[in-house]
Design a protein around this ligand. Structure first.
Ligand SMILES: [Fe+2]
Length: 230
């Protein structure tokens, strides 16, 4: 995974629109009071950090894994994903989410080669996304994350020397959040690409944001990364 800690101001200004929206006290209140959250296994069991643990990684049945996370304590505001959950939100709040989506997508559309984001996630304190691969949608990923003080982390399993689709906890890599925005980039392979599989997860001790994009074209992705890096 390539990590970019200094993001070019041209990109940062658009990311900041998402941050300003999500961390606005009114929106924060709506997130917690005007949205019926899905149930979250590890959070409900009082062990949120287990979602990104080596212990869970070892117990995963990789053969049966589809690509999606088995559990997430966070909300994905990507409208394409959210609209199927419209009944979970208060009508006015849902409309605010929809407008924010239009705003972010129109700002990023030209910059990111007209690609729609895969994820526009908000994680609360103790938020997480459990181990998964996204191997149902292989591609070149760009993952932007925001953390107020950097008290959270991303984890992945380095697939370079993998010999099966099962993740080996010995190859676990942790990338700590930093205060503010940073960006990670890497290829997340399909189920048949054993040395390019990207088992990944994240956990945060404080509210955190993630905006991610997937590209099919390697050179477009590489060009973008050069532009994103300040
Ligand atoms: Fe993912």
């Amino acid at each position: 995974m390539k990590v970019i800690t200094k993001i070019h101001p041209e990109y940062l200004q658009h990311l900041e629109v998402f941050r300003a929206w999500a961390f606005d006290p009114k929106i924060q209140d709506s997130i917690h009071t005007k949205f019926r959250w899905p149930t979250n296994k590890f959070f409900n069991e009082g062990t949120p950090e287990k979602a990104a643990s080596a212990e869970l990684l070892t117990s995963i049945n990789a053969e049966e894994h589809v690509g999606y996370p088995i559990d997430m304590y966070g909300l994905d505001f990507n409208y394409n994903n959210l609209r199927t959950a419209a009944e979970r939100a208060d009508t006015d709040f849902f409309d605010e989410i929809r407008q924010m989506n239009i705003e972010i997508d129109s700002r990023f559309q030209a910059l990111m080669g007209a690609y729609h984001p895969a994820l526009k996630a908000f994680y609360p304190k103790n938020g997480y996304i459990a181990w998964h691969t996204n191997w149902n949608a292989p591609g070149y990923n760009i993952v932007f994350s925001f953390s107020p003080t950097g008290n959270g982390y991303w984890r992945h399993v380095d697939p370079t020397n993998a010999t099966s689709i099962r993740p080996d906890p010995k190859n676990l890599v942790q990338i700590n959040d930093i205060p503010g925005w940073h960006c990670k980039a890497g290829y997340f392979g399909g189920k048949d690409e054993i040395n390019k599989l990207m088992w990944h997860s994240a956990f945060t001790n404080e509210p955190r944001l993630t905006l991610s994009y997937v590209f099919k074209d390697k050179s477009l992705w590489e060009d973008l990364l050069e532009e994103i890096e300040q």
